[in-house]
Ligand binder design. Sequence first.
Ligand SMILES: NC(=O)c1ccc[n+]([C@@H]2O[C@H](COP(=O)([O-])OP(=O)(O)OC[C@H]3O[C@@H](n4cnc5c(N)ncnc54)[C@H](OP(=O)(O)O)[C@@H]3O)[C@@H](O)[C@H]2O)c1
Length: 408
Amino acid sequence: MIAKNNLFLKEDIIYMKRALKLAKKGLYTTSPNPCVGCVIVKDNVILGEGYHKKAGLPHAEVNALLNCKENGNEDKIKGSTVYVTLEPCSHYGRTPPCALALVKHEVSRVVIAVLDPNPKVFGGGVKILEDANIEVCVGVLSDEAYALNKEFFKSIKTNRPYVIAKSAMSLDGKIANKDGLSKWITNEKSRNYAQKTRAFVDCILTSSKTVIDDNPRLNIRANTLNAKLQSVVRGEYFTAPLKIILDTNHSVCLDDKEIIKDGILYRIASTQSQYFKEQSKDSEFYASLTSFTLEQKECFLKKIKDNVYDVFLYTDKKEHLDLDLVLSYLNTLNVRRLLLECGSTLLSSFINENLVDEHLVFMSSKFLGKDGINAFFANNVKDVNKCNEYSIKSVKIFDNDIVIDYMR
Ligand SMILES: NC(=O)c1ccc[n+]([C@@H]2O[C@H](COP(=O)([O-])OP(=O)(O)OC[C@H]3O[C@@H](n4cnc5c(N)ncnc54)[C@H](OP(=O)(O)O)[C@@H]3O)[C@@H](O)[C@H]2O)c1
């Protein structure tokens, strides 16, 4: 973390905490943008405050300036201190640069928690402020600010979404019994908690096999959320997550599936699939495709109907889709937070390719027996001192179930 100026004042922590609290209000609505909060202070009095609500709408700094005006404090902004959880932007995007707005209002000091990792901004906001002789201080509560937007940071730095795996398993590590029956392994409270994660992510990914076996809808059951989150999910700023099916061979008939009932669905198949090879010989089908290049590979998109798309990703392996290419494609759809809701085969591929950033394990106290289906298979390790290891982010207990959130 670059600290422009490490001379923090005691009150800097207090007001930055307030700005972080405001930023959290946008946790379920701002993605693909980060959550940002801003507080404007003079003589130990808050003149105004605000947060970013949704991509395309004003940034936190602009909302805080507006709030100063609403509070009758417009003439006091000159000479004030601005606390903002992310570096003010310096580029013209859907909104003009916030750093320029602060310069225009002649604030005298800007305290920033973390620099914006976006290459269009990184350090540019600070430069605009410093060039205007505004004192800038970077690094106040930076760990908290980074943690709040960890998915955004990972996604901007790697051009791949932050991947959250979800497994619901028995105490003996099985996701289904030997007949493949997997419903009701965990209890209702656990299942309701899982809905919160669906509301948090931009996209939910499943497999052809799970769609065939379980016929999931992958929507958000708003009535299972707490009252506060229900109002967010039913509110004007919320966008339901995209749904993705990995169906290498384009083999699933979607017409009778729950998954197409609401939201936006992308089925991802391979250019090596028999379906694609056969169909693309037909000139009408070929003309209906939009071609695009991803990591120097030619891929195709076809709109099937409103909100349903077929994507054909290049793969040279015949068996399965290239998961890194899938993630690269999801990045082009602005997916920052991805939730995996699939069975053990696909989850194991994600785990063994080291693509999982966070793993939410829902574990019941039941046993499904040795012939049940394992939750996942990690690759064997030769040296136990060099295992992949996660840290525990949180543990929750719902009656007889336990939910462990593991993070890289
Ligand atoms: N308890 C839970 O949390 C939970 C959650 C979801 C599902 N399930 C259960 O899991 C069962 C299905 O598990 P499963 O292991 O048989 O199937 P799965 O892991 O859901 O899906 C496997 C399929 O994914 C497709 N796939 C696409 N790209 C892949 C890649 N790069 N690597 C690996 N697979 C890829 C493959 O089919 P194609 O290549 O043909 O497309 C493969 O057959 C279901 O019965 C369901 O009930 C449990």
